[in-house]
Design a protein around this ligand. Structure first.
Ligand code: S3P
Length: 446
């Protein structure tokens, strides 16, 4: 398992102005799905720009264990020879997903609708995360949970039915992982599987289903929601996948450039899918100087090269309905808010409690260590900005969470005293080149 056996503390200290041009690695959500769709397609799926982080490599291992032939041709370039929907092989051993919530949950959807028995496990972080939200719809589709840890946690074993039942499922929380697990399971069911979400979440699965030739209809539902209807048992045909740069990784150099005085950087070709762009919206409301230098299309997604310049930020209220489009960005937004003038209130963050760590608690604790005044009120996080000045000093506890580690390292680039994180090992799950990329811009992280 991807445990940090020997924690690796990392320190960031006040840096001179950041400058230069960077491209962050491929999108994690799309990279996981590239492996999964490659497995489920007939023929060879060619992937370029794949994120070669530990999480995605676990999903690639799982695809192999389920029968795919996976080749690594060079940096970011992969080929997956699939088995087709219905063609999965029962894995010989358990599937160890390490730290990867997305990989494990989406694969539960895939395996739980096929007539095989599969055991899922992961590291100490994944073992704490709720899987009932995936197991509930899978049971409705005919899966049997042979064993599970308390409350539906890994390690757990699922036996899929001979033939899955199509269902209509209303997701109980706004979660692209739940939606995707049900749709992936629906591939193996006859008839139509429908997912209804009251808040639209990232749509990479729907887009990829259509790209691989499945019939999928998406319509709006209520004020902010969507209804997705999938026709089951298609022959998915292998199709090339170009993975655009991950906006959730771009968030780190972006916020760093905003808070380190005098910075002026370019971040190339960042995916600007509107269901992933809540951070950009919020930072612009805070007065951030972010301009689009050029736009293009990569793999069916709009990408933009962003110019980011440091400057004063002001506190804002972030509405709860924006949460799905920036769910992974709240820790680093809290860092930006610490340097702003005035109060930032981030509303409706209950889902942050069940990420790689309890991010609400981890952010509050880390900010307090750095001398920031902040509090949790119900499901809201309230941060009092220091008007450009944050004391820093001390060590933030990362709880096996890559985004907590990167957020507090970004913070330390602009605090009066260095910031340490207790363990940087988990950064490799999503952004293995983070430290070298940041230091290439002039950051001091070691
Ligand atoms: C993801 C969905 C989000 C996000 C995660 C990736 C995905 O989780 O936090 O990092 O790729 O579908 P939820 O859908 O559970 O909110």
């Amino acid at each position: 398992m991807a445990h940090a056996q020997h924690p690796t503390p990392v320190t960031a200290r006040a840096s001179g102005p950041l400058s230069g041009r960077v491209r962050v690695p491929g999108d994690k959500s799309i990279s996981h799905r590239a492996m999964i769709f490659g497995l489920l397609a007939i023929g060879e799926t060619r992937v370029t720009g794949l994120l070669e982080g530990e999480d995605v490599l676990r999903t690639a291992d799982a695809a192999r264990a389920l029968g795919a032939i996976v080749h690594h041709d060079g940096p970011g370039a992969w080929r997956v020879q699939g088995v087709g929907v219905g063609g999965l092989r029962e894995p010989a051993g358990l599937l160890d997903f390490g730290n990867a919530g997305t990989g494990s949950r989406l694969m539960m959807g895939v395996c739980g609708a096929h007539p095989i028995t599969t055991t899922f496990d992961g590291d100490a972080s994944l073992r704490k995360r709720p899987m009932r939200r995936i197991l509930d719809p899978l049971e409705l589709m005919g899966a049997t949970i042979l064993s599970q840890e308390e409350g539906g946690r890994v390690p757990l074993t699922i036996r899929g039915p001979k033939e899955a039942l199509p269902i209509t499922y209303r997701t109980p929380v706004a979660s692209a992982q739940i939606k995707s697990a049900v749709l992936l399971a629906g591939l193996a069911a006859p008839g139509e599987t429908t997912v209804i979400e009251t808040e639209a979440t990232r749509d990479h699965t729907e887009k990829m289903l259509a790209h691989f030739g499945a019939e999928v209809r998406v319509t709006s539902e209520g004020a902010h929601g969507r209804r997705i209807v999938l026709k089951g048992q298609p022959d998915l045909q292998a199709a090339p996948i170009v993975v655009p740069a991950d906006p959730s990784s771009a968030a780190f150099p972006l916020v760093a450039a905003l808070i380190v005085p005098g910075s002026d950087i370019l971040i190339e070709s960042v995916m600007t899918n509107p269901l992933r762009s809540g951070l950009l919206t919020t930072l612009r409301e805070m007065g951030a100087d972010i301009t689009v230098e050029s736009e293009a299309n990569e793999g069916g997604e709009t990408v933009a090269t962003l110019r980011v310049r440091a400057g004063a930020l002001k506190g804002v209220e972030v509405p709860p309905e924006r949460a799905p489009s920036m769910i992974d960005e709240y820790p680093v937004l809290a860092v930006a808010a610490s340097f702003a003038t005035g109060t930032t209130r981030m509303r409706g963050l209950q889902e942050l409690r069940v990420k790689e760590s309890d991010r609400l608690a981890a952010v509050e604790a880390g900010l307090k260590t750095a001398g920031v005044t902040c509090r949790i009120e119900g499901d809201d996080l309230v941060v009092e900005g220091g008007n450009g000045k944050v004391a820093g000093g001390g060590t933030a506890a990362t709880h096996l969470d890559h985004r907590i580690a990167m957020s507090f390292l970004v913070m330390g680039l602009a605090t009066q005293n260095p910031m340490q994180v207790d363990d940087g090992a988990m950064i490799a799950t999503s952004f293995p080149t983070f430290i070298s990329l940041m230091n290439g811009l002039g950051a001091e992280i070691a």
